[in-house]
Design a protein around this ligand. Structure first.
Ligand code: COA
Ligand code: AMP
Length: 632
């Protein structure tokens, strides 16, 4: 070890203003900041206050002006439709400027919100950048969410327009989007003036005259629009993420801090050089997609791969290697679950041997903990460093990583390595004191958070303070629990709230319980996350039926499963529920979800001292056996 990492890390904590001020010099500003950092409390501090910039300018136009116009900006690789298309920075600039003109023509201006409900096509990135170009605030809604989730986001963000496509494509089926957009608009008290629809040839949509506009037609008549200066502290986007209740949290991202942190991360965390190809195999609907499919690679002048497919089945478990080899990808980022899927289909890595991977340097995994089995399999087969790194929608970039661009530190199984420069991380006990190394506690970040971290939640400052700032004054509460070892390596072990992680997707069991509780025959319910070999976790429901209900229990469970799919979406992967007579609770009435989870996972558990009636746990064990838990 050269100690280079320690040096950079210490500098970032000792002189954050110097550190981030230097990083910001790499970008273009219409007006420089008054101070790099201003304010002193959780609610009021801001990065680069007084500065004016444009994220789209820095991600697109700047590169064209600097001579990168003919370099591919986006490689759209869609095994699901059989299309591969390259878009240069110059073409991207033309498309984005024109779509910004479409938005302007629809009356959208600085500060207005636009919902993007889109599949993995390049037009999604174009629409995001076009919003940024005119200072509009985009809110991308993941295509796997159902109408109800879309409606919640409509109501909260009150957009002027929705941009959507006629359909998304999943293996073996087409997902028409317009019925969901129409249903969401019916459910939400908020209405929009316009809907722009990208008609895909796989299935076109019927448009509503007066409200809906065909993407291609609108583009053919629109005039290009230039970038407008926005404040560094103005919102670039809102991205909703699961909280503990059915109403998701609208994470706000600013313009200036975001672009500085993301730009810095491309070299230092990911070890990239401008002009190289970077691939995040995620979805633009998630934060990984925002940051590392769209913004960071483009801000840094890399080529980004936008992949519409799955790790397996499109057409086989060799797809990832084909993409890496064909497009000369230097670094890839995906979720461990994708590797578990590949490993399950091709345990010996036979597909891998068919491809030239000589340009590939580093594999990054995040979204959930990389279990040692997956880590070793990836290391043995891919034969590059495999870097687990830890982050959240709230931060928009990693909080802990092995920063290969600074210094490759030794990889330790089960750890995303050390806090990234800018993050001072402490593991605290319930009283807010630091726990000894190796002991579990709440993982917290000393304030202020570095640039890019959320300044607030959309329209919900109090919720922001409650969720992140109040429990441990002076710290940001991540909601994750774990420990730090003697070498400052972090280990992220579980959540401290009701959030579960299904195939790298963050989902709220509270939201699922709200859906279940709406079933007319359900008196009480609980949802927990249980271990799953492929997806990491899966939701499992418990239902207590109303007295006197004599209907077939299997039918009721099927109805609940259907409701979950219709109200939250297929992505929740909710398939199983056990009907029980009662739920185990503490004497104060708190449902013992953790204990139920341990029983379902076949783990040893201690009888909770506060349990109301210990006999209930035998009933739960029997009910779980009835639905196949613990898994053999
Ligand atoms: N639009 C509509 N439906 C979608 C969707 C989308 N964008 N994305 C997923 N779904 C649906 C799927 O079709 C599936 O429906 P089904 O129940 O009818 O089969 C359901 O949601 C669950 O999807 P998924 O989580 O993709 O599971 P899967 O069983 O189809 O595939 C994996 C398993 C491991 C291959 C897949 O989860 C995967 O690729 N994971 C990577 C996760 C990732 O990139 N996470 C981002 C964080 S970095
Ligand atoms: P999201 O906001 O959807 O990115 O989900 C963030 C949450 O996913 C974190 O708070 C963690 O619980 C989990 N997570 C993300 N990356 C990792 C990782 N590398 N190791 C463990 N958990 C992770």
């Amino acid at each position: 070890m050269s100690g280079a990492f320690n040096e950079v890390y210490q500098y970032s904590l000792k002189d954050p203003q110097g550190f981030w001020g230097e990083a910001a010099e790499a970008l273009s500003w219409y007006r420089k900041w008054d101070t790099v950092f201003s304010g002193d409390s959780a609610t009021t501090y801001r990065w680069f206050a007084g500065a004016e910039c444009n994220t789209c300018y820095n991600a697109v136009d700047r590169h064209v002006e600097a001579g990168r116009g003919e370099q591919p900006a986006i490689i759209y690789d869609s095994p699901i439709t059989g299309v591969i298309r390259t878009i240069t920075y110059r073409e991207l600039q033309d498309d984005v400027a024109r779509f910004a003109g479409v938005l302007r023509g629809l009356g959208i201006d600085k500060g207005d919100r636009v919902i993007l409900y889109m599949p993995m096509v390049p037009q999604t990135a174009v629409a995001m950048l076009a919003c940024a170009r005119i200072g509009a605030v985009h809110s991308v809604v993941f295509g796997g969410f159902a109408a109800n989730e879309l409606a919640t986001r409509l109501t909260d963000s009150t957009p002027k327009a929705i941009v959507t496509a006629s359909c998304g494509i999943e293996p073996g089926r087409i997902i028409p989007y317009m019925p969901m957009v129409n249903e969401a608009l019916r459910l939400s008290p908020h209405k929009v003036d316009s809907v722009v629809v990208l008609q895909r040839e796989q299935q076109t949509a019927e448009l509503t005259p007066g409200r809906d506009h065909d993407w291609d037609l609108a583009m053919s008549t629109a005039s290009p629009v230039d970038c407008v200066p926005v404040k560094a502290t103005d919102p670039l986007y809102i991205l909703y993420t699961s909280g503990t209740t059915g109403s998701p949290k609208g994470v706000v991202r600013d313009n200036g801090g975001h672009m500085v942190a993301l730009h810095w991360s491309m070299k230092n965390v990911y070890g990239m050089t401008p002009g190289e190809v970077y691939w995040a195999a995620s979805d633009v609907g998630w934060v990984v997609g925002h940051s590392y499919i769209v913004y960071a690679p483009l801000l840094y002048g890399c080529t980004t791969v936008l992949f519409e497919g799955k790790p397996v089945g499109t057409p086989d478990a060799g797809t990832f290697w084909r993409v890496i080899s064909q497009h000369k990808v230097a670094a890839m980022f995906t979720a461990p679950t994708a590797f578990r899927a590949i490993k399950r289909e091709d345990p010996e890595g036979k597909f891998l041997k068919q491809y030239d991977m000589s340009n590939f340097r580093t594999l990054f995994l995040a979204g959930e903990r990389t279990d040692p089995d997956t880590l070793h399999w990836a290391q043995d087969h891919v034969k590059t460093p495999v870097i687990d790194h830890w982050w959240q929608t709230e931060t928009g970039w990693p909080m802990a990583a092995n920063c290969v661009g600074i210094e490759l530190l030794p990889v330790k199984d089960g750890s995303p390595t050390r806090p990234v420069p800018g993050y001072e991380i402490h593991v605290l006990d319930l009283a807010g004191n630091e726990v000894p190394r190796g002991e579990m506690g709440a993982i917290c970040v000393k304030l202020p958070m570095p640039p890019s971290s959320l300044p607030t939640l959309w329209n919900a400052e109090e919720r922001f303070l409650d969720a992140y700032m109040r429990e441990y004054p002076g710290y940001y509460e991540t909601g994750d629990a774990g420990y730090m070892d003697e070498d400052d390596y972090l280990y992220i072990m579980s959540r401290t709230d009701d959030i579960i992680n299904v195939a790298g997707h963050r989902l709220s069991t509270g939201a699922m319980e709200e859906v279940m509780a709406d079933h007319p025959d359900v008196a009480e319910c609980a949802v927990i996350g249980v271990e799953d070999q492929l997806k990491g976790q899966l939701p499992l429901g418990f239902l207590v039926l109303n007295a006197g209900v004599s209907r077939d229990e299997g039918e009721i469970v099927s109805e609940v499963v259907r409701m979950m799919r219709e109200r939250i979406g297929a992505v929740a992967a909710f398939r199983t529920a056990a009907v029980v007579e009662r739920l185990p609770k503490t004497r104060s009435g708190k449902i013992l979800r953790g204990t139920m989870g341990n029983i379902a996972d076949g783990k040893e558990y201690r009888m909770p001292a506060t349990i109301d009636d210990p006999a209930i746990l035998d009933e739960i064990t029997e009910a779980l056996k009835g639905v196949g838990y613990p898994r053999g």
